[in-house]
Ligand binder design. Sequence first.
Ligand SMILES: [Fe+2]
Ligand SMILES: [Fe+2]
Length: 217
Amino acid sequence: MKLDYYLSQFSDLKALYKLVKQDFLKKGLVHHNWHHILRDLGRVVIIGESEKANMKIVLASVLLHDIGRLYPELGSDHHEAGAIKAPEYLKKAGFRSEEVSEIAHCIRAHGPRGTEEPKTLEAKVVYDVDVLSCSVGYIGVARVFDYFMREEKMGVKDMMEIPSGKKGSRRDFYTKTGKIIGMEGLKEARRFWQELRHELEKEERIIKNIIPEYKGG
Ligand SMILES: [Fe+2]
Ligand SMILES: [Fe+2]
């Protein structure tokens, strides 16, 4: 189904879409911007339909999964900040309180750095969508560079030091569909990071041999 189909089915979802779009465009983040949300909405339609998830819940959760990034004053962990801020958007759009708590769980559990392990089917779908968007294939690698260089002002060597960030025993993918779509690309990205590390270490050794004070970079 196209996204418009779901927006026409649920007036509260349509209202939420407008509210979230407006705020993402207003804040204009470089990396976690409205286009990021659109990519994830596209993917959540594919995975959510294939896994027979509650489409209203997964679509609303994707819309709000990174909303915490627009409110850094609520704390440095955007999962928690998002779960705090999301109910305001959802109530304004007309969602019921049971839906609000289901969506808050999806926000807290999205991606390997989430503060909760995904428990519901919907949270598992949203988790996989986030992994596909940030960690898979050449695009995933390019986005990691883009984010850490532009927004965190890191160099290439600094990026090697970033811990995987997985909180607890998180899986690569939680749904069958996510795994089918993403596993090959995830392996490809991991191969890239491994080869990059080897090259950097080799370069550092060669230069240090000539200039001992060289620290790599
Ligand atoms: Fe995201
Ligand atoms: Fe996120």
